[in-house]
Design a protein around this ligand. Structure first.
Ligand SMILES: Nc1ncnc2c1ncn2[C@@H]1O[C@H](COP(=O)(O)OP(=O)(O)OP(=O)(O)O)[C@@H](O)[C@H]1O
Length: 239
C-alpha cells in the first residue's frame, strides 16, 4: 500500500501554500482520477508524487517503507512512470524501438546510441505491444502514429521498463474521443489486471466513466475522495 502523509508544498517568493497536508492511501490496482479547478494544484501534486518536485513537508511510504530518502526517491523515479500529455517518443525510430529503448533516464547510454537490444527484451516488448492492441504498428515509425497510439506506446514503454505506478497529467487532452477512450480503457484494463496503479488528472466526466476512485483538490486540500460512484451535487460544489 502507498501512503501519502501530510504532503505540503509552497510556491513562489511568498511561499504560498498550494498543497496543505494532503493525506491519502492508494491500493495496488486502483485507477484514481484527480480533478479540481485550474490552479488548484493538480500538476504540482503529480510532480511531487513523482519526486520531480521537492516536498516542503510530509512523507511517502510504500508498504511501510519510507521513500523520502535518496534510495527511496530513486526507487520512485525508477518504478513510477510519468505519462505526459505529448509523450516524448523518438519519431524517427519504430514504435518497438521506442518501447525497448525507453527514456534516457532508464536506459544505458550504449543502448541509446547503438539501439541494440537483447532477444528476450524484444520478445517481452512485442508481447506488451500486442497486449495493448498495437502489434500492427510495432514496426511503424513513432512519428507516423496517431496521438492515441503514441500514448499507448508510452504506456507499453512504461510497462516494459517495470513501471508499477503510472502518474498521468492530462494524458488524453487533445485526443479525439475514440482515441481518448482507447487510452483510458487500456489503463483501466491494466489496473484491473493489477499490473498497474494509475493516478491521473482527467476531466470529471472521464474520471466518472473510467476511474475506480475520484479525488478532488480545493483550497490546497482533498475536498473530495469517493470510490466506486459518481460525485453528488454537493461534492461537485466543493470543487
Ligand atoms: N513555478 C511556480 N512559481 C509560483 N507559483 C507556481 C509555480 N508553479 C505553479 N504555481 C502555482 O501553484 C498553483 C497550482 O498550480 P498547478 O499547475 O499545480 O495547478 P493545476 O491544478 O494543475 O492547474 P491547471 O488545471 O490550470 O493545469 C497555481 O496557483 C500556480 O500559480
Amino acid at each position: 500500500m502507498i501512503k501519502v502523509d501530510r504532503l505540503k508544498k509552497t510556491m513562489g517568493p511568498e511561499r504560498t501554500p498550494v498543497l496543505k497536508d494532503i493525506t491519502f492511501q492508494m491500493e495496488h490496482g486502483e485507477m484514481i482520477g484527480l480533478i479540481g479547478a485550474s490552479g488548484s494544484g493538480k500538476s504540482l501534486m503529480m510532480s511531487c508524487l513523482s519526486m520531480q518536485q521537492k516536498w516542503d513537508g510530509g512523507k511517502l511510504t510504500i508498504d511501510g517503507e519510507d521513500m523520502m530518502n535518496p534510495a527511496g526517491k530513486r526507487r520512485i523515479r525508477r518504478e513510477w512512470a510519468y505519462l505526459e500529455q505529448n509523450p516524448a517518443l523518438n519519431v524517427n525510430r519504430t514504435a518497438l524501438k521506442n518501447v525497448l529503448i525507453g527514456q534516457s533516464s532508464q536506459t544505458p547510454m550504449w543502448r541509446m546510441v547503438t539501439g541494440m537490444v537483447r532477444s528476450d527484451d524484444y520478445m517481452g516488448a512485442m508481447d506488451t505491444i500486442e497486449h495493448l492492441g498495437l502489434l500492427d504498428k510495432a514496426k511503424r515509425k513513432a512519428g507516423e502514429l496517431s496521438g492515441g497510439e503514441k500514448q499507448r506506446i508510452a504506456i507499453a514503454r512504461a510497462l516494459v521498463h517495470g513501471a508499477k505506478v503510472i502518474l498521468a497529467d492530462e494524458p488524453v487532452t487533445g485526443l479525439d474521443p475514440a482515441s481518448a477512450e482507447h487510452v483510458l480503457k487500456t489503463l483501466k484494463t491494466l489496473c484491473e489486471e493489477e499490473r498497474l496503479t494509475v493516478f491521473t488528472v482527467i476531466p470529471l466526466e472521464l474520471a466518472e466513466k473510467y476511474c475506480t476512485r475520484i479525488m478532488g483538490l480545493a483550497g490546497g486540500q482533498l475536498a473530495v475522495d469517493v470510490t466506486g460512484r459518481r460525485l453528488t451535487h454537493g461534492e461537485k460544489s466543493r470543487l
